[in-house]
Design a protein around this ligand. Structure first.
Ligand code: ADP
Length: 303
């Protein structure tokens, strides 16, 4: 089953900015789907239309087969939303915060909703703390807990990991994986390409209002002309030694980065031997989603 479908979705703001330009997107149920893109790409605009806050200029959106423009109230029953830079209400205690919004949203068994949310987001120890006393990462967790208290089939998060330290961020992603394990669909945006690569089932890259690529993170690498890199470290590296092995993509006094069009182990051994023989340090790195992202968004896509 499909969680979200966008068909030729276009959003033009009243100032004439085309924030989403004929977007076609399908998010399968039960996956973590990440939208990546630089600032101003149109990510927030896209999410706001999906979560019924903003009307499309043209095109269609369905959430679990329900048209969001025709039946926004039905859609809202199925989703939980953590908006960009959202802030929980500072004067409430954590438990009160979750309870208040669960009641507003018409949850029948509020007590069990609160318990589920506190437990899922590891907030039981903070239930009586005032939101204003919490760190930024904890406030974000309160927002996510509040959004999931209604047990939404689709959780939409706009840049949820901004401002989280690396440990909090890892814990956050584990929670998202747990929610996926419960059969929920998670649709989010992030700037952190490395995170998107490890955790997402599917990724769409948005640039200037258009989807420039979508697929599984691993699929992106097939787009890249340069599949891997050799990094050479040392003093007085002579780049002419390496020009025949691949493309020199970076060079300074101590570092040379050589891009390779394929991973050929015989060739790699030869390169490594010639590096080590000269007393330099050799490192090998396969191209990552970040490399694909930079090439796609930088307008530098080869292939
Ligand atoms: P992202 O989330 O990828 O940073 P946004 O969806 O926020 O991108 O913005 C996409 C484009 O739409 C940008 O050029 C932005 O300036 C413009 N934009 C966003 N919100 C509005 C608005 N309410 N009115 C006019 N233009 C807007």
């Amino acid at each position: 089953m499909v969680a979200v479908v966008c068909r030729n979705l276009t959003k033009i703001y009243s100032n004439g900015v085309v924030a989403n330009d004929s977007i076609n997107l399908t998010v399968r149920k039960g996956i973590i789907f990440t939208i990546l893109g630089p600032n101003g790409a149109g990510k927030t605009t896209l999410l706001r239309q999906i979560y019924t806050e903003l009307l499309p200029t043209s095109g269609e959106i369905e959430v679990f087969s329900i048209n969001v423009v025709e039946n926004p109230m039905e859609v809202r029953k199925l989703i939980g939303v953590v908006p960009q830079a959202g802030l929980p209400i500072p004067e409430l205690r954590v438990e009160e915060h979750i309870r208040y919004f669960s009641q507003l949203r018409g949850v029948e068994d509020v007590n069990s909703a609160v318990s589920y949310a506190l437990e899922t987001m590891d907030l039981e120890d903070y239930r009586d703390r005032l939101v204003m006393e919490l760190s930024g990462g904890l406030k974000q967790r309160v927002l996510v807990a509040t959004a999931i208290a209604t047990k939404p089939k689709l959780l939409i998060l706009d840049e949820p990991t901004v401002g989280m330290d690396p440990i909090t961020r890892r814990r956050f992603w584990r929670k998202m994986e747990e929610l996926r394990g419960e059969g929920r669909t998670i649709l989010l945006t992030t700037h952190y390409v490395d995170e998107a690569e490890t955790v997402s089932d599917e990724v769409a890259i948005l640039n200037k209002g258009k989807i420039v690529h979508k697929g599984r993170p691993a699929d992106f690498k097939s787009l890249l002309k340069l599949k891997a890199y050799v990094i050479v470290k040392g003093r007085n590296i002579d780049p002419s030694i390496f020009v025949n092995y691949g493309k020199i993509v970076y060079f300074d006094d101590y570092t040379l980065k050589l891009g390779l069009e394929e991973i050929d182990f015989d060739l790699l051994k030869e390169i490594r031997d010639s590096i080590l023989k000269r007393g330099f340090v050799f490192t090998f790195k396969e191209a990552s989603l970040e490399d694909a992202y930079v090439q796609l968004v930088g307008g530098d896509l080869i292939g």
